[in-house]
Design a protein around this ligand. Structure first.
Ligand code: NAP
Ligand code: ZN
Ligand code: ZN
Length: 358
């Protein structure tokens, strides 16, 4: 950690209980290409929950979570050309990458083997542990910052920085973003509800596949999905067999995958987006029969993220959010864990007293 950097106040988890409490630390000294961002809002992604509870066995405590950041630029380094003070900007899942591998060179930074996550990552230049958006200020290289369209409200835009790009990128990359294509969205949470919104904006037919029958009405009427299947109802699943061009699996917990593969047309594309702790069980026959394909997808590149935000600005796409103060964040994490959020918690960081513990 460079000494003499900007004083920051955030909330951190100290151990695998995941309990968050106020934490004072020092940000790095402004570098040539850096922008200093006053954090306005930060979404709560299920990945934050996985990390603070050390479910992925990679937590480097104290962990300051948060990678769905919308803020305002307050200062820029001497070589910054893309942003100026007062701009509304976003930061997503990562704040750096190697900048030279094939992925980085081709605009797929999120695939870089040396990706530096915004939170709980290792800053390659000084070895410090990165601290995320549950804090009042963050310094990020301009190359990993995106512009947030002024037409989008900053609280509802924050979840676009992870949930939004994570569903937008594979929609485009796998050529599913075309009218008439049929997309199945498994799990109607933060990622899932964004997949419904982007899918409908692209003119796709979208079917939600959910364990929560209580989400049916909202999925169809408010979010605009075309159909709703209860994944635990074998009759409903059977009736929809071989109808989908693509399926996005956003489930955060252990669940059966074979019944989902049945829903794909021949040569259909399953995309795994959720990262449950336990390995998925994939019967070979479910892939071999019908020549079905399975891939994972990690967020998206910086250029893709800017394209997603511009598309969201044009189409008025934002998340359905419950805005909370930082002192509610432990309760929000508990509610997220028991699937009690419609559909994203967003912390009003600038409007919170960060020094006050719950
Ligand atoms: P979320 O808001 O909690 O949504 C997950 C959804 O999964 C829930 O709303 C629920 O939908 C379903 N679900 C939960 N428990 C289930 C169970 N036991 N069986 C079946 N379905 C269950 O989480 P999120 O923020 O969208 O994140 C989802 C996952 O994606 C997490 O694992 C996260 O780490 C991962 N993620 C990956 C990337 C990436 O780059 N690939 C980016 C962000 C997040 P229903 O009520 O409709 O069943
Ligand atoms: Zn995320
Ligand atoms: Zn790279």
């Amino acid at each position: 950690m460079e000494q003499g950097g900007k004083a920051a106040l955030g909330w951190a988890a100290r151990d695998a209980s995941g309990h968050l409490s106020p934490y004072s630390f020092s940000r790095r000294v402004l570098r040539d290409g850096d922008v200093t961002i006053k954090v306005l809002f930060c979404g709560i992604c299920h990945a934050d929950l996985h990390v603070i509870k050390n479910e992925w066995h990679n937590a480097m405590y104290p962990v300051v979570p948060g990678h769905e950041i919308v803020g305002v630029v307050t200062d820029i380094g001497p070589s910054v050309t893309k942003f100026k003070a007062g701009d509304t900007v976003g930061v997503g899942y990562y704040v750096d990458s190697c900048r030279s591998c094939d992925s980085c060179s081709n605009g797929y930074e999120s695939y870089c083997p040396k990706l530096v996550p915004t939170s709980n990552g290792v800053d390659s230049s000084d070895g410090s542990i990165t601290k995320g958006g549950f804090s009042d200020v963050i310094l990020v290289s301009q190359d990993y910052v995106v512009r947030v369209p002024e037409s989008l409200s900053p609280d509802r835009a924050a979840p676009l920085l992870c949930a939004g790009i994570t569903v937008f990128s594979p929609m485009v990359r796998f050529g599913l973003n075309a009218p008439g294509k049929h997309l199945g969205v498994v799990g109607l949470g933060g990622l899932g509800h964004m997949a419904v919104k982007f899918g409908k904006a692209f003119g796709m037919k979208v079917t939600v596949i959910s364990t929560s029958p209580g989400k049916r009405e909202e999925a169809l009427e408010r979010l605009g999905a075309d159909a709703f299947l209860v994944s635990r109802d074998p009759e409903q699943m059977k009736a929809a067999a071989s109808t989908m061009d693509g399926i996005f699996d956003t489930v955060s917990a252990e669940h059966p995958v074979a019944p989902l593969l049945e829903l794909l047309k021949p040569m259909g594309q399953m995309v795994i987006l959720g990262v449950p702790v336990k390995p998925l069980e994939v019967p070979a026959f479910s892939l071999v029969a019908g020549g079905k394909r399975m891939a994972g997808s990690p967020g998206g590149g910086i250029g893709e993220c800017q394209a997603m935000l511009d598309f969201a600005g044009e189409h008025g796409i934002t998340a359905d959010v419950e805005v909370v103060a930082m002192d509610y964040v432990n309760t929000a994490m508990q509610r997220l864990e028991r699937n009690d959020v419609r559909y994203r918690f967003v912390v009003d960081v600038a409007g919170s007293n960060l020094g006050a513990a719950a």
